[in-house]
Each structure stands twice: as structure tokens, then as C-alpha cells.
Design a protein around this ligand. Structure first.
Ligand code: ATR
Length: 270
């Protein structure tokens, strides 16, 4: 019998996850289905319960339900604990296992696809919202020397304190920073500024020679990426991360790792 999976969000029509997971299933020969489900804003838990009753094996969770999924899970991995959010649920009898594959997806895209090795690199994470929480610990675990900058400095402090409780040290980088300007090997935009066609505050000369800029958004060159390109950095959008986080979910559910390069190439063509 076909094992069923889904992605739950609101809105959800734009989601590329069904296409990605169908490509994974075809490629690996796994007998699975994957659909997009729109849950009412006050109906996430009820939707998950319905899926469990109907025998689904798991689901992905996207905006705005990742924190609710974190609360709903009966077992949480370290990645979900550090992210304070869950994007992957696996149903196993009475257990609802919650994980977060976003950070692993970003690290895999950087290290495996882009051949950017994080060990010992100076990395600036811009943003201190859900997206930044999702990737901070995996970046640290990969050996990055992590700095955090955020428009609202208190939120950057809170993220640093949260990581400190997990035994990890990060530094806060204030922008504008006239006295102690640093250069970074990698700057990751984890803000939602691109949605408003806005640019997070950054100063000229912030990229080290040969540095890379990574925007967690995908599908267009954001103002952050345009700025980075003009500053001489190599630029990447978040499409690879999108596919890699999906592959990590697929691996949690099926125990098999799909070939993501084929899927990334197919999506880039579209
Ligand atoms: P997400 O889940 O996408 O991270 P979020 O939790 O609302 O969404 O966080 C949005 C992040 O983008 C925050 O770090 C926010 O900065 P503030 O903490 O100061 O609000 C950042 N952000 C959003 N719009 C921005 C802009 N125009 N310029 C700079 N940072 C912005």
C-alpha cells in the first residue's frame, strides 16, 4: 500500500514540496504519495490528528505552523529543540516525532553542493527570527565561527542567550559598526527583508576576498544578493537549501537519501 505524506501550511498553494517529494519518490522507487494541505489558521492540530487517523506516515510543516508543530510533537530531536520549531513530523503509533531539517539542509547545500566548508570560517547570520533559529546550531556544529546581526538588537541577544544555554558561543555584530568593522567569509540572509524588497543594514567592505553570500529565500535576486554581487561576493539563493531540507525529511521517513543534484537542476530549469 502507498505510504502517504503531506505538507501543511497556510497559504500552501505555492509550495514546491509536493513536486520535490514526487521527484524523490520516482528516483528512489519508493511507493509514497505527497500532497499539499491547507489548514485553517486555528486548525493545525486537528489537521495533524486527521492525517494520523487516516494512516499518514508523516508530514512537513510550513508557515505559520512550525511552532505549533514543535508544541504538538511528543518527542523532539536536538535540532528541533535548538530551532524551537518543527518542519518534519513522523507518526509512529502514539509517538509524534518532531525534527527540524532546515539547518541540515543549509549546511548540506553549502558544504556538499557549493563546496563551501564551514569549519573555522567567519560567518555572519543576519536575522534573529524563526529562520535564523532554524539554522544557527547546525552552522555551529559544522564548525563555523558565528556572528549574529539583527535590526532589533535585543532579538539577536536572545538568540545568543538561547544558543548559550545549549553550550554554544556566538558573537553579536552590530551594524552600523564604525569602529570595529569585520569581514566575513560567508553572510547568510535569514531575514524576511526580501519579501518587502528591502535590504538588511550592511556596510561596504563586509565581504572578505572570495566570500559567499547566501539568501535563504529563493527564486529571485534579492537586494541583499545584488548588494553582495556588487561587493564582489559569490551569490546563492535558497533553492538548494529547499531541496536539501526536503531530502533530509525524506531520509527521516524512508531511510534513503535521494540524489538532490538532479532535483535542484530540474527546478532551476523551470
Ligand atoms: P522568519 O520566520 O522568516 O525568520 P520572523 O520570525 O518574523 O520570520 O523574523 C523575521 C526576521 O527578519 C527578523 O530578524 C526581522 O528583524 P526584527 O527582529 O528587527 O524584526 C528581520 N527583518 C524583517 N524585515 C526586515 C527588514 N526590512 N530589514 C531588516 N531585517 C528585517
Amino acid at each position: 500500500m502507498t505510504d502517504r505524506y503531506a505538507v501543511i501550511g497556510n497559504p500552501i498553494a505555492h509550495s514546491k514540496s509536493p513536486l520535490i517529494h514526487r521527484m524523490f519518490a520516482e528516483q528512489t522507487g519508493q511507493d509514497v504519495s505527497y500532497e499539499a494541505i491547507l489548514a485553517p489558521l486555528d486548525g493545525f492540530a486537528a489537521t495533524v490528528e486527521r492525517l494520523r487517523q487516516e494512516g499518514y506516515k508523516g508530514c512537513n510543516v510550513t508557515v505559520p505552523f512550525k511552532f505549533e508543530a514543535f508544541k504538538l510533537a511528543t518527542e523532539l530531536g536536538e535540532r528541533a529543540q535548538s530551532a524551537q520549531a518543527v518542519n518534519t513530523l513522523k507518526f509512529d503509533g502514539d509517538t509524534i516525532l518532531g525534527d527540524n531539517t532546515d539547518g541540515a539542509g543549509l549546511v548540506r547545500d553549502l558544504e556538499h553542493n557549493l563546496k563551501f566548508h564551514l569549519q573555522g570560517k567567519c560567518v555572519l547570520l543576519v536575522g534573529a527570527g524563526g529562520a535564523a533559529y532554524g539554522v544557527a546550531l547546525p552552522l555551529l556544529q559544522a564548525g563555523a565561527h558565528l556572528f549574529i546581526a539583527n535590526r532589533t538588537p535585543e532579538k539577536a541577544d536572545q538568540l545568543a542567550i538561547h544558543l548559550g544555554r545549549l553550550g554554544r558561543t556566538v558573537e553579536i555584530y552590530s551594524i552600523p559598526n564604525e569602529e570595529n568593522r569585520k569581514q566575513f567569509d560567508l553572510i547568510i540572509d535569514a531575514t524576511s527583508s526580501g519579501l518587502a524588497n528591502d535590504l538588511p543594514a550592511l556596510h561596504r567592505g563586509i565581504f572578505a576576498s572570495g566570500a559567499r553570500a547566501y539568501d535563504m529565500m529563493y527564486g529571485k535576486e534579492t537586494r541583499f544578493l545584488s548588494f553582495a554581487r556588487l561587493e564582489g561576493a559569490k551569490i546563492t539563493d535558497g533553492l538548494g537549501m529547499l531541496v536539501e531540507q526536503a531530502a533530509e525529511s525524506f531520509h527521516i521517513w524512508r531511510g534513503i537519501r535521494p540524489d538532490t543534484a538532479l532535483v535542484i537542476a530540474a527546478l532551476r530549469k523551470q
